[in-house]
Design a protein around this ligand. Structure first.
Ligand SMILES: [Ca+2]
Ligand SMILES: [Ca+2]
Ligand SMILES: [Ca+2]
Ligand SMILES: [Ca+2]
Length: 336
């Protein structure tokens, strides 16, 4: 008999191992928190049921392994005296703002006079019990009967977010549990990933919802989410009509030759510092004129002009090589 039980457990263990390693998503049969190392023992490692409909019909048998430190005390804000003793944590991705869960339990043992079940739902493992979900607290002592059902009428959940269900035995008791989703919000679940809606529609983390090019920038900040070489951290290659760094314009750089040496002027349009670089020790005078021909900035022996205080518009930059008298004129657009 003992051997049969052992083999039985070994087989279940093997199945659970295969399940948890082969299935990355979909219904995950919870490991029983038997020793503190199983993923259901802690909020942070709770196995994810995605979507929430995978919670429907989930059955498991609780363990008498006591680990009160893995649940919040009190279980619900303002309910002093409520404590979880042998919590099982299961995570689910809610597809609805409102949802009703029914948790039925039977054959409870180990709690003395107060066998039974209590449950709670939170939205943040880092904020327990403060992140309790609306309607997510079922610690009413009427749940502490040998068998019955506890109903959680959950409200105010964030669609697509992960939520955390804590199931606990009254006074540390352990029951056979069946979870049902007895109402859903009628949202059509999609087999296909719909991009940029903030939801992992197909519950497959490999099909991306955002940052499709995986350059570290979501589409809201990435001006081309199909090209990882284009993002706010990329270097803008001058004069190629492509805005690689997503600042709204291609980097324009002009080159001229003065007294046989190259000078380079960029960026253009400019909003703050206009750069005038030369390849050698040319002594340059930089004169910036407004559209009416008035000199607005005149500097020499520097390689930048501060345009941040200038009003928007078109200017003419005259770059003069002091030694030879050679000069170049560049049309510069100042933008804000
Ligand atoms: Ca999506
Ligand atoms: Ca991206
Ligand atoms: Ca990109
Ligand atoms: Ca470019």
């Amino acid at each position: 008999m003992k051997n049969t039980t052992f083999l039985h457990r070994l087989l279940i263990g093997l199945c659970l191992y295969l399940f948890s390693h082969i299935l990355m998503y979909g219904q995950v049969v919870p490991e029983v928190c038997d020793s503190g190392i199983e993923n259901t023992c802690l909020c942070e490692t709770a196995p994810l049921q995605c979507p929430v409909s995978d919670l429907d019909g989930l059955t498991y048998t609780m363990s008498l392994y006591q680990h009160a430190e893995d649940g919040p005390e009190p279980m619900c804000p303002g309910q002093s005296g409520t404590v979880s003793n042998n919590p099982t944590w299961i995570a689910f991705a809610s597809w609805c703002e409102e949802l009703t869960l029914e948790i039925c339990y039977d054959n409870c043992t180990g709690g003395g006079f107060v066998d039974g079940l209590q449950a709670a739902v939170y939205s943040d493992c880092g904020d327990l019990p403060g992140s309790i979900v609306g309607g997510g607290c079922a610690t009413d002592p009427t749940g502490c009967i040998d068998d019955g059902c506890t109903t959680l009428i959950l409200t105010g959940m964030t669609v697509g977010d992960t939520h955390y269900l804590l199931v606990d035995g009254c006074n540390g008791s352990a029951c056979e549990v069946e979870i049902s989703v007895i109402e859903d919000c009628g949202v059509e679940l999609s087999d296909e990933e719909i991009v940029y809606n903030g939801i992992d529609d197909d519950c497959n983390p490999l099909t991306l919802d955002d940052d499709l090019d995986q350059d570290g920038f979501d589409v809201i900040n990435d001006c081309d989410d199909t090209n990882p070489n284009i993002n706010p951290d990329a270097e803008d290659i001058p004069n190629n009509d492509i805005d690689e760094d997503c600042d709204g314009q291609d980097f324009i750089s002009s080159t001229y030759e003065l007294d046989g040496e190259q000078i380079e002027i960029y960026p253009n349009p400019v909003s703050d510092l206009l750069q005038v670089n030369s390849t050698s020790s040319l002594s340059l005078e930089l004169n910036l004129f407004n559209i009416n021909g008035h000199l607005v900035i005149s500097v020499d022996n520097v390689s930048t002009i501060d345009c941040s205080q200038l009003i928007e518009g078109t200017y003419l930059l005259k770059v003069i090589d002091v030694e030879s008298g050679d000069f170049a004129i560049e049309r510069v657009v100042v933008v804000k």
